[in-house]
Design a protein around this ligand. Structure first.
Ligand code: SF4
Ligand code: FE
Length: 489
């Protein structure tokens, strides 16, 4: 692996020249700009962990392509053990950063594209897998970070890609040349985009045969000509941007992953970086495999965050002298119970994984949908319980400037005291951490990341094998399976 640790990762980013805007201004160096640096540090943890003996087994893998040791984030899952190690790794990273460390999007994209490229080749005699693996070996050997770019803007939601008044609402091919294609469009909500090395472009939805220009999968360097990124705002970002170390709550790693719009204004992609080109019949499979992998992750990375939150409120209760209260212990118990239940579904969908025809392993899709659906509830319930335990204090604390003020600092220290041996600053810091982890943007991600709740409900119903369940019920009730019973089910 060329990039061996967090410092080398940051150095490698400084060598790139992506076009990134934030609040109307260009960001020249994402590793040092106060808006992006915390997110870079969170992603850097994925590199750092690989160098620590106690995590090496989780954070690295052996490439099935080269036999060399690689970051797990660039690995194609070869068995159930790989799927489970990934889940364990994500929980640890969630615990260590308390935020989204971004690198799993590209990881899941790599796994989805690998297995689908194999199946397209089988059907059409193309050579997508060969192209993809030669790109992937570069990614593995250099240990580059990939942003998986799937979500299109979608414009008028009542119309499909080919019917949009503005065809660029879905990323598409605008020119075909003998040596490659030119693409135009955008990808939204791109976690970790500004601090990735490469973009893996994928379609956003299943497409019909009228949308061949939209069925494009390809890899593009982050600073390719024609690419512009706009970094998004987050609740509380002013505190982060002003580097208010106490008030920002989680100063080292940021509030949540750090998302950007990636605009592709006529970007040329050479043939060797194209891994699907018009095979619309495989788009649904690709989108679903990617989504299922990512939904499985959420039960692990978000459990890591819930562990931190549980620790934060427990500590706050301790330093306020309330930890022994039976109602506090009961609420903390419920937080732990919900976290472990969520994690169970993440482990379960991995343990029930199956090989695809390519040999790459897939999680169980039903259980992965259930896992992400649980995130949209349990993380919110855990945040509600944390807010309940923490009290109104987390919404009304004076700022760090008042804490340090010569005029009023003594009042803050006097009236925000908990147990006498703990400094007030510690109580405020842990309060700010809870505020940051239960507020706006952090929670929206748990609702909509890896697909909004409705997306999982559609798949849960579709894969729910209702006909089989009806059969079970009829058998037990002594109702014969009549021919026309098929209609009933
Ligand atoms: Fe990884 Fe979780 Fe962030 Fe998705 S939300 S990129 S799974 S840390
Ligand atoms: Fe996410």
């Amino acid at each position: 692996m060329k990039i061996k640790n967090g410092a080398e990762y940051m150095k490698s980013l400084r060598r790139l020249k992506p076009k990134i805007y934030y609040k109307g201004n260009r960001i020249e160096d994402v590793t040092r700009h106060p808006a992006t640096a915390p997110h870079v540090r969170a992603a850097a943890m994925t590199y750092a962990l690989a160098g620590k003996p106690e995590y090496r087994d989780l954070a690295t893998a052996t490439s099935h392509l080269t036999g060399r040791t690689i970051s797990r984030f660039t690995h194609v899952h070869q068995n159930i053990e790989d799927l489970i190690k990934k889940i364990k790794l994500l929980r640890v990273l969630g615990q260590k950063t308390g935020t989204c460390f971004q690198r799993c999007v590209g990881f899941d994209g790599i796994n989805a594209v690998y297995s689908v490229a194999y199946e397209i080749d089988q059907k059409y005699g193309t050579d997508y897998l060969k192209r993809f693996t030669s790109w992937l070996i570069e990614i593995q050997d250099e240990n580059r970070m990939v942003v998986g770019a799937m979500t299109d803007p979608k414009g008028d939601r009542s119309k499909g890609p080919a019917q949009q008044p503005d065809p660029d609402q879905y990323l598409h091919v605008v020119e075909r040349r003998s040596d490659g294609v030119v693409i135009r469009g955008a990808k939204l909500h791109m976690t970790g985009a500004v601090n990735s090395h490469d973009i893996l472009v994928m379609p956003t939805t299943a497409l019909d045969e009228n949308s061949t220009d939209y069925a494009i999968v390809c890899a593009v360097p982050i600073d390719a000509p024609g690419i512009t990124m706009i970094f998004g705002r987050q609740a509380g970002d002013d505190r982060r941007d002003k580097q208010e170390w106490i008030d920002s709550g989680k100063p080292r790693f940021g509030i949540v992953g750090g998302e950007a719009v990636i605009a592709f204004e006529d970007v040329f992609v050479p043939n060797e970086r194209i891994f699907m080109n018009g095979e619309t019949d495989f788009t649904g499979m690709l989108v679903y495999r990617f989504a299922a992998h990512h939904r499985a992750n959420y039960g692990a990375c978000k459990t890591g965050l819930m562990d931190v939150l549980t620790g934060a409120v427990s500590y706050l209760a301790q330093i306020q002298g309330a930890a022994k209260g039976s109602h506090i212990r009961d609420k903390v118990t419920e937080m732990i119970h919900l976290s472990e239940t969520l994690y169970s579904s993440s482990v379960a969908c991995s343990a029930e994984g199956v090989p695809t025809p390519s040999g790459a392993y897939m999680v169980d899709t039903m259980l992965a949908n259930v896992c992400k659906q649980n995130v949209t509830r349990f993380h919110f319930e855990v945040a509600r319980l944390a807010t309940d335990i923490a009290g109104g204090f987390i919404a009304t604390m004076p700022s760090q400037y008042d804490l340090k003020s010569e005029d009023v600092g003594h009042l803050v220290k006097k009236y925000f005291m908990g147990v006498s041996e703990i400094p007030v600053e510690d109580r405020i810091k842990i309060g700010r951490l809870i505020e940051a982890m239960t507020g706006g943007t952090a929670m929206v991600e748990s609702m909509h990341g890896a697909g909004s709740p409705q997306a999982q409900r559609i798949m849960i119903f579709r894969e729910g094998k209702l006909a089989e369940k009806i059969k079970l019920a009829k058998a037990l009730a002594g109702i014969p399976q009549r021919k026309k019973a098929k209609k009933d089910s």
